[in-house]
Design a protein around this ligand. Structure first.
Ligand code: V4E
Length: 259
């Protein structure tokens, strides 16, 4: 995820981590000290997003409202879960994208079931975590494996996956065109998945605890400019992929109101 990835990956903190006792050993140049680690110490970005259906007019509309194309890319995603769906049944989405690990988790507000006004209910909010040690900690917490799962957390070493019984359940490639609006912080992506689904998303990134109302308002205004009139949430790529390829997994997520 664009700015987010860079921000977190450039944080010069993680020289060595040990999670077995929830301690982190931070060695920065000549200084060495140990601090107690818990999840409240991490700060995250939250992606507020509204998906929409694209049609023949979408590109023209984007041009009319002054959206600027900032790039095109092919995105190959692999999603992982246990055979019992420990992660996805908690609305946690672990994926490998461009060789990097990402975990999307619901925000505290989403978990408490708080519903907003109609426009807000068309949007999703997910924390995006890109630090592999943080991802491992959260995944391990959910899977609650008895087995020890220490790993060296390099992007290349994937032994932690099998230790946590994680397998790839979805894999697809998306052709994405990204646009920005003058209004700062709004990105619009037009996605064409290789299994034939075309979907757009209006997205604003905020820091955790940031101004969600402002983000929702930017999304509402952008949707209005694009002439989006639907009052139903639009399905994401995973929804369509699972329905077609893994109907049992899909049915389970539907029955638990995850999708
Ligand atoms: C959060 C989530 C999933 C993970 C993928 O999220 P998504 O926003 O679809 O990813 P992508 O690649 O389109 O965007 P990027 O991350 O690059 O910005 S799969 C299912 N969910 C939950 C979910 C949901 N319940 N409803 C909607 C409308 N979207 C996602």
């Amino acid at each position: 995820m664009r700015a987010l990835t860079h921000h977190i990956q450039l944080t010069p903190f993680y020289l060595y981590h040990s999670y077995s006792d929830f301690k982190i050993d931070v060695g920065v140049f000549a200084v060495h000290y140990t601090v107690t680690l818990d999840l409240t110490m991490f700060s995250f970005f939250v992606e507020v997003e509204r998906k929409f259906l694209c049609n023949a007019d979408t590109l023209k509309k984007l041009e009319e409202i002054g959206a600027v194309c900032v790039g095109q890319q092919q995105i190959h995603d692999q999603y992982f879960d246990t055979p019992e769906f420990h992660l996805t049944l908690r609305d946690m989405w672990l994926r490998k994208r461009k060789g990097c690990w990402e975990l999307k988790c619901p925000t505290a507000e989403a978990q408490s079931g708080k519903q907003g006004e109609a426009a807000a209910s068309l949007c999703t909010r997910y924390k995006e975590i890109t630090s592999l040690p943080e991802i491992h900690l959260r995944v391990k917490e959910v899977i609650k494996q008895d087995r020890e799962s220490e790993a060296d957390f390099s992007q290349e070493d994937e032994s932690w996956l099998s230790k946590l019984d994680l397998v790839c359940f979805a894999e697809f490639t998306t052709a994405r065109c990204s646009f920005t609006l003058k209004e700062e912080g709004v990105q619009i992506d037009l996605d064409q998945a290789d299994f034939g689904y075309h979907v757009g998303e209006i997205e604003v990134l905020i820091s955790e605890g940031g101004d969600e109302q402002a983000a929702l308002e930017k999304i509402r205004k952008t949707a209005e400019k694009l002439g989006l009139t639907g009052d139903q949430r639009v399905k994401g790529k995973m929804d369509v992929y699972l329905k077609r390829n893994h109907p049992e997994h899909y049915a389970k997520l539907l029955s638990e109101h995850i999708l």
